[in-house]
Structures are given as structure tokens and as C-alpha cells.
Ligand binder design. Structure first.
Ligand code: SF4
Length: 427
């Protein structure tokens, strides 16, 4: 049994997530209007109403992290859904079919409205459409243009128009009036929370890094639930950042003998968080940064936060809709990774190729080549599904990773000896 003591941030995370899920179930049982949203639907906008907001992708990630992703997926596969479908969708469909019996939180309360978007992936729309047909509830689809660079004005107006339609739709379905003041307040909370989040991520710049990206995978959870836009989120990220800074001050590094500073390109490997991070640590390697979690609060491949400026929430949310990685074109993905490599002194990259998520994986081969050419650092591509452990071979993945790390060490030794100086361990 593990004797590792939980940090204050970890304890707080468990508490706020549990309380939120419990409160959602209770509110739904008393008749609250329940909305299921895709992960990048702007929750702050929905805070202008009195709703229960649930995120199936977040629930699926939690199932995977708790080790039951494959069990829930199998339930969907027995209904005829292919293993080639996204594992988030399979987990969610399996959980709904089994009425939440296998879920750690008994599934999500039944929805009255579904809201998806097509700029993470079009698969999401089809997945929510299954619920729309089977549960007989309305499905609102946000059509968000793909993102190849800075957002164009016509795209921003197009997105804002759909947000206004969404507000109107919810007003009609619920009989509630949209409260602009509440949406504004939610945006202020999110902005403050992201400020702390960026403080925490910034600790990766230290050598050895003050954090691992695995911590950011774990702690991104409340951001993608209805905790977004709340004081609880602000407080959670404040605790996380303060604790991280305090840990750094007493030189308590996650990987004290850090020889390899890695970047992770892909969705979090939910079923491997502890085992992969500790096995990497044993090799002197730390995944210090990941676009998947650094994109929160930024836009279009940037690392820095775009703080809320107090403007009309509809306009601001339309402007910042393109924060997540999936809708980026190749150039934007490359620019984002390049900035992270330079700013945080990354010396190798793990590309997590994921059959579930085609949209994230499809351009990784090109990115891998571009990163190698531009930075001359070793890279590796491993096969790992984010939520279905059956699509991961740990021995194979670590054989590849260890080879990459050896190449990195050899290349640094060569550079040091050519410079005629003894090798300096960056740790
Ligand atoms: S395919 Fe990828 S982007 Fe689409 S829902 Fe699954 S994980 Fe998300």
C-alpha cells in the first residue's frame, strides 16, 4: 500500500470534486435543469443561468484515472460501438447504458439539454447525437471554425452570434432570464483562477523543474467541470500555486536528479498518471510541460494568459473560444510547442499517438519531424490511448522512451566533449 502523503492541493481537489458531483446529483433530483456540455463549451456563459452543468468527457477521464475506463468502454462495445471510436465516447455511452452502475459517482444526472461543438472534433457531435436520439432531449451544436492562426473578426462574430442563440434557447427551455452580471462574475473568477494556474505552470522553468506535467493533468479537472467560474476554483489554484512555490523554496523537487526535461504532446494518459511519472522519475526524466494543460486560459498556441478585460462576456468568450489544442492547424501547433521548448528548456519530446483521438494525433508525424529539424532534440512517438488501457503496451513504450533518453544523453556528452569542457549536469 502506498504511504505517500497527499498534498493540501490534492486533498482539496478530492473534496471539491466530490462535493460538486454530489451537489449536482442533489440539485438534479430536486428538479434543476441539467445541461451536458462538451469540454470547451464556455461554462461561464451558462453561469448566467441557474443550471446543473455536467461534462461527459470529464467523467470519462475520471473513470479512466480510477482504472475502470476499459470496463465502461466494453459496455459500449457490447452494444456494437467500435473500439476505434474515442474512448471518452465509449466510456460515456457504456456508463449511460449501464445507468451509472460502474461509475465512481453513479454517472451524471440525466440531461435536459445537450451542447456540443465541432471544433474539438466532429465525432463529439455524433456522440452527443446518440444521446439526443436515445434520451429525446434537444442538442445544440456550436459550429466553431477551425483555427489556423489569429482569429478572424468574421469568425468571432459568427461564434458570438451562436452564443446569443444559445442564451435564447436556454431562456426558452428553462423560462429563466439570462443574468449577464453572473456570467461576468464567473469570468472574473476563471481569470483569477487561471492567473494562479499559470503561476504553478511557471515553476517548470526552474532547474530541476518545480512541477511535473502529471500534476497539471490531475489538477486541470475542476477547470473542465462546473467548478469553472467559481470562487472554489480560484481557491484551489491558489493553494496549488502557493504550495508549489513553497515546495520549490525548500528544494523539494518532483524529480531531484532531473537529467531530461520532457514535453508531452497529447491528451493526458489518464490510466498511467502515477506509474508513468514514477517510472520516468527513476530514469531521471520529468515531463515538465504539456500543451494539453498549458492551453487553459491562453489562445491560439500562446503560453500566457489572456485575462478577462471586463468586456461583454459573449464577446470575450467568442474571442477566447480557441484555447484548446485540438482545433489548431499544423503551424499553430508547431509554434506553440516551439515556444514551450525554448521557454522551459525542454530537451526531448514524447508524442502520445492516440487512435481514439484522431484529431490530436493526425499531424504528430509532421510535428515530430519539424521539432527534430528545428531544435535537434530527440523525440519519440508512443502509442497510448488516453482512457483505454487496452491500447497501451508499457514495455514497448518504455523501450522507446529509454532509447530516446539515451540518445539525448549521448548527444549532450558529445556536445560537451566537443566544447572541450566537462559535461555539466543541468540538474
Ligand atoms: S476524439 Fe479527441 S477531441 Fe474528440 S472527444 Fe475524443 S478525445 Fe476529445
Amino acid at each position: 500500500m502506498s504511504t505517500r502523503t497527499k498534498s493540501n492541493a490534492e486533498k482539496n481537489l478530492t473534496r471539491i470534486m466530490f462535493e460538486q458531483y454530489q451537489a449536482d446529483h442533489q440539485a438534479a433530483s430536486k428538479g434543476s435543469f441539467v445541461v451536458w456540455v462538451a469540454i470547451i463549451v464556455p461554462i461561464e456563459l451558462l453561469k448566467g443561468f441557474d443550471l446543473v452543468v455536467a461534462v461527459p468527457e470529464n467523467h470519462a477521464a475520471m473513470c479512466a484515472a480510477k482504472g475502470i475506463g476499459a470496463d465502461e468502454s466494453r459496455k459500449a462495445e457490447r452494444l456494437g460501438y467500435s473500439m476505434d471510436l474515442c474512448s471518452y465516447a465509449r466510456i460515456d455511452l457504456g456508463t449511460v447504458y449501464d445507468q451509472g452502475r460502474g461509475s465512481p459517482i453513479k454517472g451524471l444526472p440525466k440531461p435536459d439539454l445537450l451542447i456540443s461543438d465541432n471544433n474539438n472534433c466532429s465525432h463529439l457531435v455524433k456522440w452527443f447525437d446518440v444521446h439526443h436520439r436515445q434520451m429525446g432531449v434537444p442538442h445544440f451544436v456550436l459550429d466553431v471554425p477551425f483555427c489556423y492562426g489569429p482569429q478572424q473578426e468574421k469568425d468571432r462574430r459568427y461564434i458570438a452570434g451562436q452564443y446569443r442563440d444559445l442564451i435564447h434557447t436556454i431562456e426558452q427551455l428553462t423560462g429563466q432570464r439570462f443574468d449577464l452580471r453572473k456570467a461576468r462574475e464567473a469570468l472574473r473568477h476563471t481569470s483569477e483562477a487561471v492567473g494562479h494556474w499559470k503561476r504553478f505552470l511557471g515553476l517548470a522553468a526552474h532547474r530541476p523543474s518545480g512541477i511535473t506535467a502529471f500534476e497539471t493533468f490531475i489538477h486541470m479537472a475542476p477547470y473542465i467541470t462546473s467548478l469553472r467560474g467559481t470562487p472554489e476554483l480560484v481557491e484551489h489554484y491558489r493553494i496549488l500555486a502557493d504550495e508549489g512555490r513553497e515546495r520549490l523554496a525548500r528544494a523539494a523537487f518532483p524529480v531531484p536528479h532531473e537529467r531530461h526535461r520532457l514535453l508531452w504532446d497529447g491528451i493526458a494518459p489518464w490510466h498511467q498518471l502515477r506509474s508513468m511519472s514514477s517510472r520516468l522519475a527513476g530514469l531521471g526524466a520529468n515531463v515538465i510541460y504539456a500543451p494539453y494543460t498549458s492551453c487553459l486560459g491562453a489562445v491560439e498556441g500562446g503560453v500566457d494568459q489572456v485575462p478577462y478585460d471586463g468586456s461583454d462576456p459573449v464577446e470575450f468568450l467568442a474571442r477566447t473560444q480557441n484555447f484548446s489544442i485540438c482545433p489548431y492547424g499544423l503551424d499553430l501547433r508547431f509554434r506553440a510547442m516551439s515556444e514551450m521548448i525554448e521557454r522551459f528548456g525542454v530537451d526531448a519530446v514524447i508524442f502520445a499517438s492516440n487512435r481514439s483521438c484522431k484529431v490530436y494525433s493526425i499531424m504528430q508525424m509532421d510535428l515530430k519531424r519539424m521539432i527534430s529539424e528545428r531544435f535537434g532534440i530527440p523525440t519519440v512517438m508512443i502509442e497510448i490511448d488516453h482512457a483505454d488501457v487496452r491500447m497501451y503496451d508499457e514495455s514497448q513504450a518504455f523501450r522507446q522512451i529509454e532509447t530516446m533518453l539515451e540518445m539525448g544523453s549521448a548527444s549532450r556528452d558529445r556536445t560537451a566533449s566537443q566544447a572541450g569542457s566537462p559535461r555539466v549536469n543541468p540538474a
